[in-house]
Design a protein around this ligand. Structure first.
Ligand SMILES: Nc1ncnc2c1ncn2[C@@H]1O[C@H](COP(=O)(O)OP(=O)(O)OP(=O)(O)O)[C@@H](O)[C@H]1O
Ligand SMILES: [Mg+2]
Length: 412
């Protein structure tokens, strides 16, 4: 069964994410796609936009158009909280290193996990051609989208050891350290969760999924939109365009509006430059809130014009590896940053990429194990890290000395 097209809309609070998600979905449904709009946000904006009650199950809104509100159910919340508390409590026991400990601070909340699982469930149901996700504002969205990989990392690196250790030492540890000991069923549940989240990540970073950034033509909003473009790319998601919403129409403007039109024109030019190579669609500031599937579909039709709003994202994907004879190059889409904004470190078979307060641990393919980092640059919105095989003649390691490789290469 082919994966459905998945479109996520994100942006700063209040810019029009729900409006554009609802509009894009309504337009797609009018054009014959079986469409589900999912909201991960607790506010019931989709209900207000469509003018229908929205529940935790898909509810029909119009022909081919369904809407669902993902609510963190109490039962799930409790069981996840238990798992999360447990995970954190055993970190000391297994001797987590610093990078790992930092990485684990992004351990998720219940809502994020539930939203991803629901998305996974709906994507696999075969009921939909298109899933539109009305995301929460930027920071929460990034947390949501960083989660599957962070947890996957935990599962690969720590969980197996921990599981083995726990089996062996359970009776002793439980008494001595006072660490809560999970039963096999909790461990099995974590493993199942991990498998599901890996599927979600494969779907969301795959060729049928993309993220669209919604903004309004204001400087602070654009600044946040630019940051999320960078961070979404860092985490491996494909940004396929941006929508500038609440653009004042220029025609027939009085002096007050003309002032706004001029101010917006400047920011729009900057936005176009920021998202260069991608479409920047515009959505006019309406005289009233667009409500109902028809009004919203009409808004979307005007926004996208002759463009196909659901064209699959182009390009080779955010993360690439080119393996050569004795060299290799790892590429990662990283728009709107300079080399100095990016810190790089090698940690065994991982490349640790840090931008601002966000960090990604990229697992390097086995072919790179014997190579070391020879240099890195940022060019045309892409980070390129060069790897070369070590020279054959290696200086003899004196006792007590550790090679750069073993102690972890810091490139920065
Ligand atoms: N182009 C527009 N013209 C007129 N009103 C608009 C337009 N876009 C959005 N609105 C209105 O602005 C309000 C906020 O929009 P919306 O709920 O879509 O934003 P949001 O980004 O989803 O907000 P939140 O961050 O709270 O989820 C709504 O009342 C919506 O109807
Ligand atoms: Mg909203």
């Amino acid at each position: 069964m082919p994966d459905p097209r998945v479109l996520l809309l994100t942006g700063k609070g209040g810019v029009g994410k729900s409006t554009l998600a609802a509009g894009t979905a309504a337009l797609a449904a009018q054009r014959g796609l079986r469409t589900l709009v999912l909201s991960t946000d607790a506010a019931h904006s989709l209900a207000d936009a469509y003018g229908v009650p929205v529940t935790a199950e898909p509810t029909a809104v119009a022909d081919g158009l369904w809407v669902q509100q993902v609510d963190a159910q109490l039962r799930f919340e409790q069981s996840w909280a238990e798992v999360q508390r447990y995970l954190l409590s055993v970190l000391d026991v297994v001797g987590v290193d610093r990078v790992a400990a930092e990485e684990l601070t992004v351990l998720p909340g219940a809502e994020e996990v539930l939203a991803l699982l629901e998305l996974h469930h709906q994507a696999r149901s075969g009921r939909w051609d298109l899933l539109v996700v009305d995301c929460a504002p930027t920071a929460e969205t990034l947390r949501l989208l960083a989660l599957p990989e962070a947890l996957g990392w935990y599962m690969q690196r720590i969980f197996p050891t921990q599981r083995t250790l726990l089996r062996a030492f359970k009776p002793v540890l439980g008494r001595a350290a006072g660490v809560p000991m999970p039963g096999e069923s909790v461990l099995d549940a974590i493993e199942r969760l991990h498998a599901d989240l890996r599927d979600v990540r494969d779907l969301l970073t795959g060729p049928t999924a993309s993220v669209r950034v919604v903004l309004t033509p204001e400087r602070v909003v654009l600044a946040e939109a630019r940051r999320s473009y960078t961070m979404l790319s860092l985490f491996g998601y494909r940004v396929d365009g941006a929508v500038a919403n609440r653009v004042f129409p220029a025609a027939g403007a009085d002096p007050w509006r003309a002032g706004w039109v001029e101010a917006q024109r400047e920011v729009l030019a900057e936005a176009a430059a920021s998202f260069e190579g991608l479409p920047l669609w515009r959505s006019e500031y309406r005289t009233a809130e667009p409500v109902g599937p028809h009004a919203l579909a009409a808004l979307a039709a005007e926004v996208y014009g002759a463009d196909d709003p659901l064209a699959p994202p182009s390009g080779s994907g955010p993360y690439t590896v080119e393996l050569g004879e004795r060299r290799a190059e790892v590429g990662l889409a990283l728009p709107l940053v300079a080399r100095k904004d990016v810190a790089l470190a090698r940690n065994g078979d991982e490349l640790v990429v840090t931008v601002g307060s966000y960090r990604r641990l990229l697992t390097l393919p086995a072919g790179l194990a014997r190579m070391r980092i020879a240099g890195a640059r940022v060019e045309d919105g892409r980070l390129r890290v060069r790897f070369e095989e070590r020279p054959v003649e290696r200086p003899v390691e004196r006792p007590g000395e550790r090679s750069a490789e073993r102690s972890g290469e810091r490139v920065t």
